[in-house]
Write a protein that binds this ligand. Structure first.
Ligand code: UGB
Length: 600
C-alpha cells in the first residue's frame, strides 16, 4: 500500500483494481517507496495499456480467464451438446453463368465496401524473418503480397465506379491490422513504395496489443522472470480486429459515409481476389450478414471446417471448427471415421480461409452490444495430469472467424465455396513442415503458394479459350507440385473473369515452358502463339494487340538448394528460382494504338 504513493490518482485506482482482482502477488517483491520508482511507474503504465486495450479491461480479462481455465481443467468440451453436420451454402463454379452473375453484382458493390487485412502475425511457422506481406507473391515479377492487394482493391474500385457510370463517390478504405511485430515494417513498406498507388489517407493501420499472460489456474498474471516490473504478454489472435475496428470509430465513419460491406482477409493468399467479386455478389444477393468464403478442404488439412452445429436445446449455428477440434468432435458424435474425405475426394466440411464478408449495419449493431469482444479460448500446457501447474504461462486467444458465435439465430450467416484451385494458396509452412504434409493435401508453403498462382492464371486463361499446355510435375524443397506456364498479369489488366474474357480473342496458345507477363490495362491477346517469354508493359492510354508467334529460350524455373545461404531467404523457402534466359519485352509508354508483331 505504501508504494502507491508514487502514483497519480488514476494510477492508484488501477493498482487498487489489481489488488481487488487477486493480483497482489505482482507487488510482493517491490522494494520500499523511493527505490526503483521509475520502474514502478513503467509497470503501472503497462498495466494501463493492458487494461485499455481489452474490452471490459483487466477485470473482465481475469474473470473470463478464470472461467475458461476452470473449464479446461475440468476437461469440458466446448462443443458439449452440439452435433456437427454439413451445412449448405452457395457453391460457385468458376466462369459459369451463375458465377458471372454474382461477379457482376459483386463488382457493383465494391465501392460500398471497406477492406481489412489482418497482418499482425509474424509467421514463425514459415521460418521467414521479414513481414509476410512483403514477400513476393510470385518471383516472375517479384510483386509482393501487399502491392498485389492494394492494386487489386484500386482496380476493383475503379471497375465498380465504371459500372456506376460516373456516380462513384469514394475511395475504398483499406485497413491493415498490425502488431508490435509487424507495424513499423508494414508502415515502412507502404511509405517507401508510395502506398503502391493508393492515397495514404485511404490506408489506416490499427495496431493490436498483446494480452497479459496467466501463470496459474487462478489467472494470476505472469511476471517476466527477468523483470519484476514487466508482465509477460503474448498475442491475443486475429479476433482483435473486431474490437479495434469498433473502438477506432471507423465502423461508424464508414456507416455514415454509406458503406455497406466490410471484407476481411489474411496476409499471404495470392489467389483471394479472384473470388472476391463473386463472393461479394453472393452476399449482396442473399443479403448475408456474414458470408465466409471457403474452398473444398482435404480431410486433416490444417484449415478449419465450416460446420453446422446443432445443440440439444435447439441452438444452431454455422461456424468454423478448427482442424484440431473437428476430428475429435466428429468421433465423439457418432462419426467413427472422424475427419475423412468423402466420394468427392474432399472433406464434406468446406475449408475456412478466413475471408469474411460482413454487412456493416448488423455488424455495428452486434459490436455495440459486445464492444467487439469475441468468444475466446485458452490452451494451457499442463505440467502433469493433475492440471494444477502450467509448463509455461498461457493467455486467452481469439479468432476473427468466431465473430458469429454471439449472433442471434435470426442473423443470416452463410458461406460460399469456390473451386479448389481458384481462391486459396496461403504461404504459412516452412519447407521441412510442408514436405511432411500427407500426399495430396495442400502444402501451404512458399513453393505451393507461387506455383498455385501460375496454375490459377493458366486455368483462367484456359476457361477464356486459350489453349494452354498441361503442367509438368516437379519437386522443390521436397514438395511435388504442378508447374504450369508462368502466366502473370497485374490487376490493371483484369480483376474479374469478365475482364479476362473481354481481353482474349481468336486462337491463342501458350506452351508449358512459357512465361507471359501482362502489365498494362489495354492489352488484347489475339491469335498469339507463345513458346518462350513475352513481357508486355503499357500505359493506360496505349491500346495494344498482342498477336503472332513468339519463340525464344524463355525463363526457366530451376531448382535451388534451400540450405544455400548465399541465396536470399525468400528464394530458399521456395526451392526454386527463375532463370531469365531470353525474352521478348515490349513497352508502350505513349498513348496510341499498337499491334505487337514479334518479327519487328
Ligand atoms: N494474425 C494477426 O493479425 N494477429 C494475430 O495475433 C495472429 C494472426 P495464421 P491461423 O485460413 O489458412 C487461421 O497464424 O490462425 C493474422 C484460421 O484460424 O496464418 O493458424 C496473420 O498475420 C484457420 O481456420 O493462421 O489459422 C494472418 O494474416 C484457417 O482458416 C492471419 O491472421 C487458416 O487461418 C492468420 O494467421 C487459414
Amino acid at each position: 500500500q505504501k508504494n502507491l504513493s508514487v502514483f497519480s490518482p488514476d494510477q492508484v485506482e488501477l493498482a487498487k483494481k489489481l489488488l481487488e482482482i487477486g493480483q497482489g502477488h505482482l507487488f510482493e517483491d517491490w522494494p520500499d517507496p523511493g527505490v526503483e520508482d521509475d520502474e514502478k511507474i513503467s509497470f503501472i503504465d503497462q498495466v494501463a495499456l493492458l487494461n485499455l486495450s481489452y474490452p471490459g479491461g483487466l477485470t473482465s480479462y481475469i474473470k473470463t480467464a478464470r472461467g475458461l481455465l476452470a473449464d479446461s481443467k475440468a476437461g469440458k468440451n466446448p462443443f458439449d451438446g452440439f452435433k456437427p453436420s454439413v451445412p449448405s451454402g452457395e457453391i460457385l463454379t468458376f466462369g459459369d453463368d451463375n458465377f458471372m452473375k454474382y461477379e457482376e453484382t459483386g463488382v457493383k458493390q465494391v465501392q460500398n465496401a471497406a477492406f481489412v487485412l489482418v497482418a499482425g502475425g509474424l509467421g514463425e511457422r514459415l521460418g521467414y524473418n521479414g513481414i509476410k506481406v512483403a514477400l513476393p507473391m510470385e518471383t516472375t515479377t517479384g510483386t509482393c503480397f501487399l502491392q498485389h492487394y492494394i492494386e487489386s482493391i484500386l482496380c476493383l474500385s475503379e471497375a465498380s465506379c465504371k459500372q456506376a457510370q460516373g456516380e462513384c463517390r469514394r475511395d475504398v478504405p483499406f485497413v491493415i491490422m498490425t502488431s508490435d511485430d509487424t507495424h513499423a515494417r508494414t508502415l515502412q513498406l507502404l511509405e517507401s513504395n508510395s502506398y503502391f498507388g493508393m492515397k495514404s489517407t485511404q490506408v489506416k493501420l490499427l495496431k493490436q496489443e498483446k494480452v497479459a499472460c496467466l501463470a496459474d489456474n487462478d489467472a494470476r498474471l505472469a511476471l517476466d522472470p527477468k523483470n519484476k516490473y514487466r508482465i509477460q504478454t503474448k498475442p491475443h489472435g486475429h479476433g482483435d480486429v473486431h474490437s479495434l475496428l469498433y473502438s477506432s470509430g471507423l465502423l461508424k465513419e464508414w456507416k455514415d459515409a454509406g458503406l455497406r460491406w466490410v471484407l476481411f482477409f489474411q496476409d499471404t493468399n495470392g489467389l483471394l481476389f479472384k473470388a472476391i467479386p463473386a463472393a461479394l455478389g453472393v452476399s449482396a444477393t442473399k443479403e448475408y450478414h456474414v458470408n465466409s468464403l471457403s474452398v473444398p478442404r482435404k480431410a486433416k488439412e490444417a484449415i478449419g471446417g465450416i460446420t453446422r452445429l446443432t445443440h440439444a436445446d435447439g441452438r444452431e449455428m454455422v461456424i468454423n471448427v478448427e482442424y484440431n477440434q473437428l476430428d475429435p468432435l466428429l468421433r465423439a458424435t457418432g462419426h467413427s471415421d472422424g475427419d475423412v474425405n468423402c466420394e468427392t475426394g474432399y472433406s464434406p466440411y468446406p475449408g475456412n480461409i478466413n475471408q469474411l464478408i460482413l454487412e456493416l449495419g448488423p455488424y455495428i449493431d452486434e459490436l455495440s452490444k459486445t464492444g467487439g469482444a469475441i468468444k475466446e479460448f485458452v490452451n494451457p500446457k499442463y505440467k502433469d495430469s493433475t492440471k494444477t501447474e502450467f509448463k509455461s504461462s498461457t493467455r486467452l486467444e481469439c479468432m476473427m472467424q468466431d465473430y458469429p458465435k454471439t449472433l442471434p439465430p435470426s442473423a443470416r450467416v452463410g458461406f460460399t465455396v469456390t473451386d479448389p484451385w481458384l481462391a486459396y494458396a496461403p504461404v504459412k509452412n516452412n519447407p521441412e513442415d510442408a514436405a511432411k504434409v500427407p500426399k495430396g493435401n495442400p502444402y501451404h508453403s512458399a513453393t505451393s503458394g507461387e506455383t498455385a498462382v501460375y496454375r490459377s492464371n493458366s486455368m483462367i486463361l484456359r476457361k477464356a479459350g486459350v489453349k494452354i499446355d498441361d503442367p509438368v510435375s516437379e519437386v522443390f524443397n521436397g514438395q511435388e507440385v504442378e508447374v504450369w506456364p508462368r502466366v502473370v498479369w497485374n490487376p490493371k489488366w483484369a480483376v474479374t473473369f469478365a475482364d479476362v474474357k473481354s481481353k482474349v480473342s481468336g486462337s491463342n496458345f501458350v506452351s508449358q515452358k512459357s512465361t507471359l507477363v501482362i502489365k498494362g490495362s489495354n492489352v488484347t491477346i489475339q491469335d498469339l502463339s507463345l513458346d518462350g517469354t513475352l513481357v508486355i508493359n503499357s500505359v493506360d492510354d496505349a491500346e495494344v494487340i498482342v498477336q503472332g508467334s513468339v519463340q525464344n529460350n524463355g525463363w526457366a524455373i530451376e531448382s535451388i538448394d534451400k540450405d544455400n545461404t548465399a541465396l536470399p531467404e525468400e528464394v530458399r523457402i521456395r526451392g526454386f528460382k527463375i532463370n531469365k534466359r531470353e525474352q521478348l519485352e515490349r513497352s508502350y509508354n505513349e498513348p496510341g494504338k499498337y499491334s505487337l508483331n514479334p518479327r519487328d
